[in-house]
Design a protein. Sequence first.
Length: 263
Amino acid sequence: MRITISTLQKMADEGQKIAMLTCYDASFAALMDEVGVDVLLVGDSLGMVLQGADSTLPVSLEDMVYHTRCVAKGARKALVLADLPFGAYQEGPAQAFRSAAKLMQAGAHMVKLEGGATMVETTRFLSKHGIPVCGHIGLTPQSVNQLGGYKVQGKTDQQAQQLQADALALQEAGASVVLMEVMPASLARSITEALHVPTIGIGAGVDCDGQVLVLHDMLDIYPGKKARFVKNFMQGATSVRGGIESYVKAVKAKTFPSEEHSF
Ligand code: KIV
Ligand code: NA
């Protein structure tokens, strides 16, 4: 049976951790699906790991549609989540809906957009019109130029309060999931406690309802600098399947992320 937003809510309610990985093609989708990855994120990180760009900004909606279609072909059980890329939703709800509809028609079951308070209106519009939304707060890579680099977010009390308010506002607007990227583990824990909907963390500590990593990072095949929150799951594995299996097990058993991967 297909994993849906209701399944994710139930998992969070029951304290079963959600395992998510980025995925960009049908073969990996089939493999991940078989070993129990719950959510396949067609991330705009594909700009960096597939296209060799130095940020996610050059990724087009057409790129996202293409990879979403590939992933959807391979996924039977897993929920397919697709990123709205830079420039395809920031103009407002109407533009966001047009773009999100293309991703849904390509096989996505939910779309992800970056931003807190600024995305409340858009989140409300999409979710009211049949498109489940995953919010994305904290380090939002599409705003890297505004943020001044890939840095830990929410370190001051004021920033932390803003992130907490953003998460609650997204939930209130109808977001089905809130993803939190690179922030102190204590803040991610308090946001997870405050929210009813599931939270997914990357560099946000072990207390989120689920975890995500970029596939090429956890397989240790991305040539760039390795971030603190990344773990190489090929270490000790004898196959790619084994590495991905060990990621799923570690997320479910709450042994990943540990202190060394957190802020
Ligand atoms: O594009 C992506 O891979 C992401 C994750 C880092 C959350 O958005
Ligand atoms: Na992304």
